[in-house]
Ligand binder design. Structure first.
Ligand code: ATP
Ligand code: MG
Ligand code: FE
Length: 338
């Protein structure tokens, strides 16, 4: 049985074909990075228009690479939440049109749940129950994942997402867009101990995150505040040291909160997804913590970490339970359901 899935939640237009045994036959992604770079961030209106241009070519390419045609497809899946509403709407409308025209069942999938399910696909074996961490441009969330379709939110960011903090600090340091990869490159040249940046709530039992104070601390360290001394050296601070110290502060908090979540839930498996998972310091930090404590760590390969349609194969689980969507399915900017 074959599924065609669509992803348009932010600035990647993606289509994928997969089987009900979770074998991915194709997963094509059109990135819009170049369109948004000039503005230093994703512009929702531009993103929606680019999805509209890209969605049909992506569907055609996904079918071609899978060596199938539309008539071979048995079910349509789409990420309908969360994300930019105008962007999501393109995928949702395309999916509903295909469902209606081809008389195929339609399944809606939560994009954040999919980021965790990408670990299940990559591992090719069961990963549930587990603690799930999603670290991306829009999310820093910890879940108690009881099964593929039962996620309980146990922690989240109170302000910026981790990826957003990477992007904003990269902008502060003049490193351009997208900020995450650029900041990681710069950090490799610096001393992570140069600045003692804040690690919010690190000694707290809460599983919540906050990154906005850290971002401000980098800004003060760069420009100086008053007669800045101590953690705020002011002008003259080396950019690479600021980047390295920022990155290590984010990683310390993420690793510590994952450890705390695992201890609080008593679970032994950690599944991590989202674009920030590309960060090598984060991967190394999580690997070290999990090895020390005897936890099993699941991190998908890069192409399944960043936004893509193949991770929507969570739809297979919903199909088995007969959880279909109707043609009145809507794009939901705030996360709802699984
Ligand atoms: P969401 O999934 O929350 O809707 P999104 O679509 O922006 O948001 P992704 O595409 O999963 O998320 O991830 C993009 C984010 O990952 C950006 O904020 C980017 O800066 C960050 N990122 C990518 N590579 C790295 C890296 N090497 N180090 C740190 N952050 C990175
Ligand atoms: Mg993206
Ligand atoms: Fe995402």
């Amino acid at each position: 049985m074959l599924f065609l899935a669509l992803e348009t939640s932010c600035d990647e237009t993606s289509a994928a074909v997969f089987r009900d045994d979770l074998t991915i036959l194709s997963n094509v992604v059109a990135s819009q990075t170049d369109l948004h770079a000039h503005f230093g961030g994703v512009v929702p209106e531009i993103a929606a228009r680019a999805h509209l241009r890209n969605i049909l070519p992506m569907i055609e390419e996904a079918l071609k690479q899978a060596n199938v045609t539309l008539s071979d497809i048995n079910c349509i899946a789409v990420h309908n939440t969360p994300g930019l509403v105008g962007a999501l709407l393109i995928g949702v409308t395309a999916a509903k049109s295909l469902s209606l025209a081809l008389n195929l069942p339609l399944i809606s999938v939560n994009h954040v749940s999919s980021h965790i399910f990408a670990c299940r696909v990559a591992a090719a074996r069961d990963i549930f129950p587990c603690v799930g961490l999603v670290v991306s441009g829009g999310h820093t969330s910890l879940f108690h994942c009881k099964s593929a379709l039962e996620f309980e939110l146990i922690g989240g960011t109170r302000d910026d997402a981790a990826g957003e903090a990477f992007d904003k600090v990269a902008a502060i340091l003049g490193l351009g867009f997208p900020g995450g990869p650029a900041l990681e490159k710069e950090a490799a040249l610096g001393n992570p101990q140069a600045h003692a940046f804040p690690r919010s709530f690190i000694h707290d039992d809460s599983l919540d995150f906050s990154f906005s104070g850290l971002k401000t601390a980098v800004l003060y360290a760069l420009h100086g505040v008053g007669n800045a001394k101590g953690p705020f050296p002011g002008p003259g601070a080396r950019r690479a040291d600021l980047a390295a110290s920022f990155q290590t502060a984010v990683v310390d908090v993420l690793v510590s909160k994952c450890d705390k979540a695992l201890r609080q839930t008593g679970l032994k498996r950690l599944a991590v997804g989202g674009g920030v998972t590309a960060n090598k310091t984060l991967r190394a930090g999580l690997e070290k913590m999990c090895a020390k404590r005897g936890y099993e760590l699941f991190i998908p390969p890069m192409n399944l970490c960043t936004d893509n349609a193949a991770m929507a194969c969570l739809a297979v689980e919903k199909y088995k339970l007969g959880r279909f969507a109707d043609l009145d399915l809507d794009a939901e900017p705030n996360s709802i359901g699984v």
